[in-house]
Design a protein around this ligand. Structure first.
Ligand SMILES: NC(=O)c1ccc[n+]([C@@H]2O[C@H](COP(=O)([O-])OP(=O)(O)OC[C@H]3O[C@@H](n4cnc5c(N)ncnc54)[C@H](OP(=O)(O)O)[C@@H]3O)[C@@H](O)[C@H]2O)c1
Length: 248
């Protein structure tokens, strides 16, 4: 068991990569608090995870919500937080000619402000040592038509992981980011994209298929566990080869 008795918080744990991560953590002996804004979705996820999971409705970009989440987590499970997975995020099409500053800022508020607040509010509740994982994206390093806000937000997440790592290295808090490529999750529903359309991307993925969320969760588990204890400030690509090798 890689996370026996550890307490982990996974934001956006009600679906996709966050849910798969919570599921994997529980199977490795952890107690897990999952958060999100949709109470029903979160409760359904918690029911599947069982007694070692606690759902807390909280907006990751709201400092008071996140403080309440950590207070609840520590009170409920009776120990400090060992692992944080700042996973909550949104993807929106933002064609430059049609996107207002307010629409651009909304993506940044959640994807960047949310990660910032998730980590800042955690500091008073973290165990030592602790591992913090920020979910970035391949998009951080790959410009994508109509997704400038999302891509820039994920570049900021990779950068935050490095500065947080530098700031906390002497406190025993490791911070790394993870950059998935394309994974089959509900984030594509929010973009109006079907599974068939998603599968069409397979030809640009060296491994010729999108990831299952569990395959991203496996890499997050590695960063969460003692197996990665000499890593901090790193970004781990989990993308079927997309960032490193040609698909042709
Ligand atoms: N799927 C991919 O191919 C891919 C690739 C690279 C990176 N990622 C990243 O992976 C992360 C997880 O995404 P996913 O693909 O698993 O999609 P997903 O299933 O849509 O998960 C995103 C989760 O974030 C939560 N969320 C969104 N805004 C929130 C907020 N303000 N506060 C709290 N929770 C919030 C959502 O729950 P509520 O709606 O209930 O709030 C949802 O459960 C995201 O950061 C995404 O950018 C995904």
């Amino acid at each position: 068991m890689l996370l026996q008795d550890a307490l982990a918080v996974v934001t956006g744990g009600g679906s996709g990569i966050g849910f798969a991560t919570a599921e994997r953590f529980v199977s490795e002996g952890a107690r897990v608090v999952i958060s999100g804004r949709d109470a029903e979705k979160l409760q359904r996820a918690a029911d599947k995870l069982g007694a070692n999971a606690l759902p807390v409705v909280a907006d990751a970009a709201n400092a008071a919500d996140m403080r309440r989440l950590y207070e609840t987590a520590v009170a409920h499970f009776g120990r400090a937080v060992d692992v944080i997975v700042a996973n909550a995020g949104v993807s929106r099409q933002t064609p430059v000619r049609e996107t207002s500053l307010a629409q651009f800022a909304q993506v940044f508020d959640i994807n960047v402000g949310g990660v910032y607040v998730t980590v800042r509010e955690a500091l008073a509740f973290l165990a030592r040592p602790a591992s913090v994982i920020l979910v970035a994206s391949l998009a951080a390093n790959q410009g994508t038509k109509h997704f400038s806000a999302y891509c820039a937000s994920k570049a900021a997440v990779v950068s935050l992981a490095k500065s947080f790592a530098a700031e906390f290295v002497e406190s025993g808090i490791r911070v790394n980011s993870i950059s998935p490529g394309v994974a089959k999750t509900p984030i594509f529903d929010s973009l109006g994209m079907s599974e068939a359309e998603l599968l069409q991307w397979s030809h640009v993925i060296p491994m010729k298929r999108p990831a299952e969320p569990a395959e991203i969760a496996g890499a997050i588990l590695f960063l969460a566990s003692d197996a990665s204890r000499y890593m901090t400030g790193a970004d781990l690509a989990v993308d079927g080869g997309m960032s490193g090798i040609s698909p042709f």
